[in-house]
Design a protein around this ligand. Sequence first.
Ligand SMILES: [Fe+2]
Length: 347
Amino acid sequence: MQLLKTSLAALALSAAGLAIAAPAHADGEVNIYSYRQPDLIKPLLDEFTKETGIATNVLFLDKGLVERIQAEGANSPADVILTVDISRLTEAKDGGVTQPVQSDVINKDIPTQYRDPDGDWFGLTTRSRVVYASKDRVQQNEITYEELADPKWKGKICTRDGQHSYNIGLIASMIAHHGEAETEKWLTGLKNNLARKPDGGDRDQAKAILAGECDLALGNSYYVGLMQTNEKEPEQKEWAAAIKVLFPNVNDRGAHVNVSGMAMAKNAPNKDNALKLMEFLSAGTAQQIYAEQVYEYPVLPGAEPSDVVKAFGTLKADPLPLSEIAANRKKASELVDKVGYNDGPSQ
Ligand SMILES: [Fe+2]
């Protein structure tokens, strides 16, 4: 009877577009709604099922996760939400699709600046928004975000879309540190230093450095690891080889960091299993898998980044609370439009 129940539940979830990975002897299940890509979270979920016998059902989305859970209402099968970026974690909380979790295990593993004071979301890994610099054409080995607006870099900088959440997080941190008026000046300066209209993802900026289109770019730290080790697209190794990683602001506040994270869904039908999964994801084994396979920084104190990541240098992270970044996101987005960032350099 238990088996039948499980397969019926699996069937219902399958109809809703969920990928099913139920082992033969499942001690129940947990349903995950994820913005994180399947290949990034599969090793973690496999290990969780191995340790606990709990099956994981995953629905992958690239947009509309909050709206979907809202629409499903009290009958939502969602237990745990996995996502990147503080913006999406706060969006989930503000959208009313999370519930507070109080767990001594999780609170011991995750430092306070990386979790919501109410327990509605938790950071699992950090990633820094660093500067990719041409090994051939950039002599200096230190830089600040502020310096990116210096006219000496005119025509030398490439970035992705100013409205992308990774850039919005950085700009929001600039507002938190310098205020809106200063940040507007800075963003205008950065726009005027662009080599081209913002385009592509972070990895494309490294590719542009290799091609000689620009000397500096903004990019997330883990992409460097993903490029360096990319067997599927080996040309990415050449993009990575053309750049060095500069952690901005080492001599003052440190480099901007954002998180990937998790939340418990408001109406989680498998609440106990959801808590088990969340405790697993914050603990040592999962944190090590993140570090080794995704090239992010574990939030667990004492857990080491991978050797690939260590080779970039030492991350000194800006201690600004994520909640302050979240609070300045809207202003950051308005500034991007106001300065016409995505129009590229004015000629
Ligand atoms: Fe990313």
